[in-house]
Design a protein around this ligand. Sequence first.
Ligand code: ZN
Length: 243
Amino acid sequence: MRCAIIADIHANLAALAAVLADIKQKGGVDELWCLGDMVGYGPDPHQCLELLRQLNHVGVVGNHDLAAIGKVETTYFNADAVAAIQWTAKQLTPGDIRYLENLPMKLEMGDFTLVHGSPMEPVWEYLISTGIAARNFAYFSSRFCLVGHTHIPATFKKEKGTCHSIGFSPGIGIVLGEDRMIINPGGVGQPRDGDPRASYAIYDSEGKIMRLYRVPYDIGATQDKMMKAKLPIHLVTRLQEGR
Ligand code: ZN
């Protein structure tokens, strides 16, 4: 079975469409696994959810999804994020809200646990270091865990009791063996590792190989829509910088 792992779409329809086209061009997948933050920041929250709902997918909820439907306080967000959340809330249809309300915080799919932030704190924790990763292995029972939230591709491996990062670059296939791992496919709609191209991964269960892909998309088209919607300028410019 092949599945695509996509995280942090953040209402960026041009980025999502480019990723879906790239998946198709690579022979397609059987399932899409979404790691949360489908909405927030970007200009097309409803359109992204509508497109997702047409696809064979499963998903977990992210902090921006919960904030957009009023399920978490916006005090934990910065001013730009709050402005985007308030704008997003007005764009969602009753169907969109129902969809987001029904997303679980944690999902087990075979050998994988899916969460947005971390297995320990599925909504809020940023899994950004080997130290944080190390203590999170106790919080999921499957062999592997998939996380998003940081918008930065990363892999953490637990080997003989110690945890280390083994890197995750486009074009390099990572074979998933006996050792437990935590994997982040990077962000589709707002990458933050200095590469503005949309980021996602494909897992092929036959060879147990996980591959990272980066996909160029029409960043200007998304930025135009954000300007028209009067979303904060910093959210617009960061897309071109991948920060
Ligand atoms: Zn996010």
